[in-house]
Design a protein around this ligand. Sequence first.
Ligand SMILES: C[S@@+](CC[C@H](N)C(=O)[O-])C[C@H]1O[C@@H](n2cnc3c(N)ncnc32)[C@H](O)[C@@H]1O
Length: 238
Amino acid sequence: MLDRVFQTENYPRPFSFNRDVANVFDDMAVRSIPFYQEVQSCITAWAEAYSKEESTIYDIGCSTGTTLALLCQDIPWHLDLIGVDSSQAMLDNAEAKLAPFRIKNRVSLQCQNALDMKFQDASMIICNFTLQFIPVRERFTLLQKIFSGLKSGGLLFLSEKIRSAVPAFQETQTYIYESFKRKNGYSQNEIERKKESLDNVLVPLTLTEQYDLLERAGFSTVDIVLKWHSFVSIVALK
Ligand SMILES: C[S@@+](CC[C@H](N)C(=O)[O-])C[C@H]1O[C@@H](n2cnc3c(N)ncnc32)[C@H](O)[C@@H]1O
């Protein structure tokens, strides 16, 4: 379904992953997250390298199950997949998307705040554009939980929107990002409304702050696998 959530005055303020958003989320993600599909392919490629038969993979903020479905489709061995999301509306849509894959893989979907989860024995934990929605003061705790839930040699795949520490660059990156959204069919009005609704809900860190959090949580081997202006995908090894 086409994302028209911000076309009228009737949009979520503050932003939330409610049923209206969940029902158009797949379209919203492709049109609002640069290189969304490429990031998904990257996740599958890293999952192939870091998992084996019966490996456990968590997807924190799995939304409508796009990543989990691709893992089921593209990884040739059986996986134990656990999707976590605090929005039941998202998980209802994930249930439908994942139904055809449940024969081959164990897929469990849990409606929970990621901060209340206990991750264990994971070969990989995916956090694709979700940490940015966790209150800043709680991100370190979540990263610590992720670190302790990974097996030694396990991988965190983290994608985030980031902000530049240089105000002039931040302004340019905002302009570039809004041009990207306009090219994808969003009007300036929709862009402004969504920006207002996301204020204080999606709070980006700088790349240095993100690296610092990862390091303090225990991740000393970290690298960038994809970056487009203010969007970054990072891998971090336990
Ligand atoms: C931008 S979406 C993630 C996109 C998804 N990973 C993908 O690749 O399509 C962020 C998701 O995180 C979920 N979320 C936000 N805060 C959360 C929390 N504290 N615990 C669990 N899920 C959360 C939202 O409900 C939403 O589905």
